[in-house]
Design a protein around this ligand. Structure first.
Ligand SMILES: [Zn+2]
Ligand SMILES: [Zn+2]
Ligand SMILES: [Zn+2]
Ligand SMILES: [Zn+2]
Length: 251
């Protein structure tokens, strides 16, 4: 079930108490968001006449014939009392995000919001790996959009990690490609929730690990490890290595 936004309207007395006390009277619309943020809008401009962001409590009393709203947050109080009520509704609302495709399960719109992709119909959420973008491509198996994510090179994977695990794709490409700089072992691709990394196959006898950043391998460092180009420039995958190669854009 989507969350509800309450909309109340009428000729109202609006009283604010807190740092200052003020009273208004007018035909206003009161919006109470699912997080209890309470906004009182009049006819003018975009800014509310009065509001409380995520107050500790909101109490709505009455019905369509007349209502009162009391929002409290510490010492602050916002109270709206009708002289005459004209509307009282509860409307379904969702978060809004950039449209990125269609949910194959129910045809609902998929939007990108707060680092996730959300279906506005079933409200299923898929987390995105750091640095990933959603592409126009569609997964042949499940119909979800494909994502593009860089971990040494660009990978095009299904949005659903159960369908197309990122760690499997990175492992297929980079497992045992590089040697451990600290022993004669190979570096294998390992994963932890939300990240993939290189680790020495001799673990726990050798504890060498390197995070695989969001970026692409552009050359080999003098130390034998890969150099990554990321949003912040070029560096050896070993953060402690004195990489002396070209800087990004310096070629
Ligand atoms: Zn859906
Ligand atoms: Zn899929
Ligand atoms: Zn090692
Ligand atoms: Zn290096």
């Amino acid at each position: 079930m989507p969350e509800r936004l309450r909309v109340l309207a009428g000729d109202c007395h609006v009283t604010e108490r807190g740092d200052r006390s003020r009273t208004y009277r007018g035909r206003v619309v009161v919006l109470i968001k699912p997080d209890d943020t309470t906004l009182v809008h009049d006819a003018d401009g975009y800014q509310p006449v009065a509001w409380l962001t995520r107050p500790e409590s909101v109490v709505v009393e009455g019905d369509g014939a007349g209502f009162s709203v009391t929002a409290r947050d510490g010492q602050r109080c916002l109270r709206v009392v009708t002289e005459e009520a004209t509307a009282s509704r509860a409307l379904p609302v969702t978060e809004a995000g950039v449209p990125v495709g269609t949910c194959p399960a129910d045809g609902g719109a998929l939007v990108r919001s707060r680092g996730d992709v959300v279906c506005l119909s079933c409200e299923h959420r898929w987390g995105l790996p750091a640095g990933a973008s959603v592409t126009d491509g569609v997964c042949d198996d499940c119909g979800l959009p494909k994502i593009r994510v860089e971990r040494g090179e660009p990978f095009h994977l299904c949005l659903d990690p159960a369908c197309d695990p990122m760690e499997a794709a990175v492992s297929d490409r980079f497992d045992r490609v590089w040697d451990c700089p600290d022993c004669d072992g190979d570096l294998t691709v390992e994963f932890a929730p939300g990240r993939v990394y290189l680790a020495c196959e001799r673990y726990p006898y050798c504890e060498t690990t390197f995070s695989i950043p969001s970026g692409v391998v552009v050359e080999e460092c003098d130390c034998g490890l890969p150099v990554f180009e990321t949003a912040t420039g070029r560096s050896c995958v070993d953060g402690t290595c004195e990489y002396g190669g070209h800087t990004a854009g310096g070629r």
